[in-house]
Ligand binder design. Structure first.
Ligand SMILES: Nc1nc2c(ncn2[C@@H]2O[C@H](COP(=O)(O)OP(=O)(O)OP(=O)(O)O)[C@@H](O)[C@H]2O)c(=O)[nH]1
Ligand SMILES: [Mg+2]
Length: 375
């Protein structure tokens, strides 16, 4: 069996990463609404990046008024230099051309959902805006209406915003969800806490094609339960692959057979939690270093961390030990990524090799124990 060198680990992680990027693809959102209603703030609150602010989008139409900003599994199309309510014809004709061009492209390049945002402060949904929304629908885009900057008190949205929502719902727009989603993207000392984002995200999942659900799960940062759940198939697949590899017991010295399986799993978990490749590589090195003793292959020492497996017969790893190790590695990384995403664990942990090894080893042991406990 090949030596598990640092170089080999880096390469293996990067290869899995690239393959998984292609597999996950991109969720593409188009966002419209009058200037200043809070479109960028909303995108940043749900997708957690200053994507909409940075302005380094690429023009995607001939008239150069529609831009696409991309980062990882997210694409955001928005309008620049034109105003809704004034330049609607220009925007819509550029959009129509774009949508029809994209129809010939793979699903991951198309626009999957449009959000039309209306500022609750204005208290108005203008006739031209209504027309604009109808036209979005005619272009075949699933449209969700969003009321932005909706003040609330004790969890109850402001009455004026509710009235505006009632009015918008009464217009019978031919769209998936007629009633707008009432949101506040960022807390405000006067207008109250953030709210309504989960509802908007859930509806976005419902109207987006299933082919982009993994990309949307990855791109969004507010529903960590979805991320956790999305990682489980990768863990299950790695556990079966590891069990298959161990079906004829692997000598300890060949245990590196399992490593590519586990690195692929780790890469998928890190990606789902928006951990950049460089850090994922650091995690891979910590995972392998956590178990590499002098001159020994990687899995050998991890086995020692598995309760009861220290007595493995004949110096081999069998299917059940291989699957326990792989399972515990997967769940340990999910737990660590989840805690970092929640802010329960400093992201610095991912940068500090020795700290990370410690955290991983502790979590790995706990997960292995749980798995064995379950039988
Ligand atoms: N507290 C709070 N402020 C918000 C919210 N949404 C928008 N704002 C503020 O409103 C202003 C405009 O928000 P943007 O997100 O830039 O609006 P936009 O629709 O992207 O504006 P344009 O890109 O110019 O069309 C900013 O000062 C934001 O901080 C919110 O949900 N809460
Ligand atoms: Mg903006």
């Amino acid at each position: 069996m090949a030596n598990v060198s640092e170089e080999w680990i880096r390469r293996t992680v990067e290869e899995s990463w690239r393959a998984q990027e292609l597999e996950v693809g991109s969720f593409n959102l188009a966002i419209f609404g009058k200037t200043g209603v809070g479109k960028s703030t909303l995108v940043n609150a749900i997708f957690g990046e200053d994507l909409a602010e940075t302005g380094i989008g690429e023009p995607v139409t001939r008239g150069h008024h529609l831009y696409k900003h991309s980062s990882g599994s997210l694409g955001v199309f928005d309008t620049e230099g034109l105003e809704i309510g004034k330049d609607d014809e220009t925007i819509l004709s550029e959009l129509a051309t774009l949508v029809s061009d994209l129809k010939r492209r793979p699903v991951h390049e198309q626009i999957h959902v449009a959000w039309y945002c209306v500022g609750a402060r204005s208290g108005r949904f203008e006739h031209v805006e209504e027309g604009f929304v109808r036209r979005l629908h005619e272009l075949g885009l699933p449209v969700l209406l969003v009321l932005t900057q909706v003040p609330s008190r004790d969890g109850v949205p402001h009455e004026r915003a509710v009235q505006l929502a009632d009015h918008m719902a009464s217009l019978d727009l031919p769209i998936a969800t007629r009633r707008p989603f009432l949101t506040m993207a960022a807390p405000d000392s006067f207008d109250g806490p953030a709210h309504g984002l989960e509802g908007l995200l859930d509806a976005t999942f419902r109207v987006a094609p299933a082919a982009v659900h993994d990309a949307l799960t990855q791109a969004q940062r507010i529903d960590l339960a979805r991320k956790r759940k999305a990682c489980q198939p990768a863990v299950a697949a790695a556990v079966s692959a590891a069990a298959a590899a161990g079906a004829s017991p692997i000598p300890f010295s060949d245990a590196a057979l399992l490593i590519p399986i586990q690195l692929g799993m780790l890469s998928r978990i890190a990606m789902t939690y928006n951990v950049p490749l460089q850090r994922a590589t650091g995690m891979a090195l910590a995972m392998t270093a956590a178990s590499t003793g002098a001159g020994r292959t990687v899995v050998t020492n991890l086995v020692k961390l598995v309760p009861g497996a220290g007595t493995v017969v004949g110096g081999t790893i069998n299917a059940s030990v291989a699957s326990v190790i792989t399972y515990a590695m997967g769940q340990a990384w999910i737990e660590i990524c989840d805690r970092v995403a929640r802010g329960d664990l400093s992201p610095h942990v991912l940068l500090d090799a020795s700290l990370l090894r410690g955290v991983f080893a502790t979590e790995f042991k706990a997960q292995a124990k749980r798995r064995i406990g379950k039988g």
